[in-house]
Design a protein around this ligand. Structure first.
Ligand SMILES: Cc1cc2nc3c(=O)[nH]c(=O)nc-3n(C[C@H](O)[C@H](O)[C@H](O)COP(=O)(O)OP(=O)(O)OC[C@H]3O[C@@H](n4cnc5c(N)ncnc54)[C@H](O)[C@@H]3O)c2cc1C
Length: 322
């Protein structure tokens, strides 16, 4: 890697999911000449799915197609899009310094962080094989596809219990598979779950394999193992929802910005301002609750508008400070 001469930019956007591209559209239209660095997954999480049925304006759209359109939209508005990964970010002085994998160095007056999050998976090859074809990590996104079907939810925390309860709106039966006999979820959620007629908890079990058909690719059930005896049984299911947590991509800033809920970047209520003025955060990186494309896009818009207002205020102050 050769290190280049630093390049000055007014707004650097890090990440190319719905939050990053929407920030790119708004920052371009505010004449801020933004540069957006895409990262290892251009287009973000939606490129790993098939049908999306809750993006307003599209009754159904393929996730990868939607992200190609968002990228084209940001480019058409004037956003410069760079295929690179930011490997370090120094927020200790302004302008902020971002170094990329290629060796490029950016000196940015304002930074919009839109690096997203990752669902945690069990790590089974069969889980990987059926992802998007019966295996999901998002009940809000995919629950609707399993109307009248049997579903398995894996996990024991708040997310797993909330997802199991939500999925009862669609499923004929929900089996909650958990390795222990006790849930980590809040008591009130546990009570709701335990008295729900459609939910059956399966304690002391873990998923051994997801099983299904190859043509067409689709889940037919799970093989579960009793962690006490090793005994294997099968549960029929058309959908398997893995709800064992999410990991926000906050490595670049984890020692520099205030975080919450296990690593999400903290923003001021109703804003995208982080604990450092001039650094804004949007999308799943900040949000352990909603985690949707449309909410991420909304926050991307807010971040660009917040950056615009902040830069204007800085520039108004500058002559007075000179
Ligand atoms: C399988 C699946 C199906 C889903 N289905 C739906 C659905 O139907 N409807 C819905 O609304 N939501 C759905 N979601 C959730 C939705 O995808 C996310 O809420 C949304 O993508 C979050 O957008 P984001 O912009 O915050 O981040 P992400 O989409 O997570 O994008 C993060 C971006 O940051 C980049 N990045 C990370 N680190 C760096 C770095 N160091 N340098 C540069 N770039 C970096 C990555 O390359 C990526 O481009 C689904 C998610 C998954 C996984």
């Amino acid at each position: 890697m050769s290190v280049s001469a630093p390049r000055h930019v007014r707004v650097l956007i890090i990440g190319s999911g719905p939050a990053g591209y929407t920030a790119g559209v708004y920052a371009s239209r505010a004449m801020l000449n933004p540069v957006l660095v895409q990262g290892i997954e251009p287009g973000g999480q939606l490129t790993t799915t098939t049908e999306v049925e809750n993006w307003p304006g599209d009754t159904e759209v393929q996730g990868p197609d939607l992200m190609v359109r968002m990228e084209a939209h940001a480019r058409a508005m004037g956003c410069e899009i760079v295929s690179d990964i930011i490997t370090s970010l120094d927020l200790s002085s302004r302008p902020f310094t971002a170094t990329a994998d290629s060796g490029a160095v950016y000196k940015a007056d304002a930074v919009i962080l839109a690096t997203g999050a990752r669902a945690k998976w069990l790590g089974l090859p069969s889980e990987q094989k059926f992802r998007g074809f019966g295996v999901s990590a998002c009940a809000t996104c995919d629950g609707f596809f399993y109307r009248g079907q049997e579903i398995v939810v894996v996990g024991g925390g708040n997310t797993a219990v909330e997802e199991a309860l939500f999925l009862t709106n669609f499923a004929s039966k929900v089996t909650l598979v958990h390795r222990r006999e006790e849930l980590r979820a809040e008591k009130i959620l546990q009570e709701r779950l335990l008295k729900h007629p459609k939910i059956t908890p399966l304690w002391f079990h873990e998923i051994d394999e997801v099983i299904g058909a190859a043509d067409p690719l689709g889940v037919e059930g799970v093989r579960v193992r009793d962690v006490r005896t090793g005994a294997i049984t099968e549960i029929p299911a058309k959908g398997v929802f893995v709800a064992i947590g999410h990991a926000p991509a906050s490595e670049l800033v984890k020692d520099q910005l205030e975080l919450h809920n296990g690593g999400y970047v903290k923003v001021k209520a109703g804003s995208t301002e982080t604990s450092i003025p001039g650094v804004f955060a949007a999308g799943d990186l900040t949000d352990h609750k909603y985690r949707q494309a449309v909410t991420s896009a909304g926050m991307g818009c807010m971040a660009a508008l917040d950056a615009e207002h902040w830069l204007a205020a800085q520039e108004a102050l500058a002559p007075a400070m000179a």
